[in-house]
Design a protein around this ligand. Structure first.
Ligand SMILES: [Zn+2]
Length: 50
């Protein structure tokens, strides 16, 4: 049984949780991505959260 982790990417401006995806547990490091936030109406920095 492969272990999978659900990653939630939240906007660092409004804290809205915009993106969810799965990844294997082997991958490490916090993700920091520029993504479009519907709430802000623009591209903002998104952080991995739980
Ligand atoms: Zn936002």
């Amino acid at each position: 049984m492969a272990e999978r982790v659900i990653i939630v990417m939240a906007c660092s401006v409004c804290k809205n949780r915009n993106y969810y995806f799965e990844r294997g547990k082997k991958q490490e490091g916090k993700l920091d991505l520029k993504k479009f936030c519907k709430n802000c109406g623009k591209r903002t920095k998104h952080r991995e959260t739980k």
